[in-house]
Design a binder for this molecule. Structure first.
Ligand SMILES: [Zn+2]
Length: 77
């Protein structure tokens, strides 16, 4: 009983069962993919790394914003 050349599972298994596709999104990979899409010709030597984007609510701009601004932009009710 050989292995399926397409999926690598035993041929008996992949020919007799039903399968569905599962997807998930990797945030850092998505960011790199988007960057590559937006930067078609990056200069030589550019190395990509990913960092977590800080939530806007944690930023100094929001932390020091006046109350009317926070209300206007939905940070407080
Ligand atoms: Zn297969």
């Amino acid at each position: 009983m050989g292995l399926c050349p397409d999926c690598g599972r035993p041929a008996s298994e992949c020919g007799s069962e039903q399968y569905m596709v599962q997807t998930r999104v990797c945030g850092p990979s998505a960011a790199v993919d988007q960057w590559r899409k937006d930067n078609k010709n990056p200069p030589p030597g550019v190395v990509l790394s990913t960092v977590k984007v800080k939530a806007a609510v944690d930023s100094p701009a929001v932390q020091t914003a006046p109350e009317w601004w926070l209300r206007k932009h939905g940070y407080i009710e």
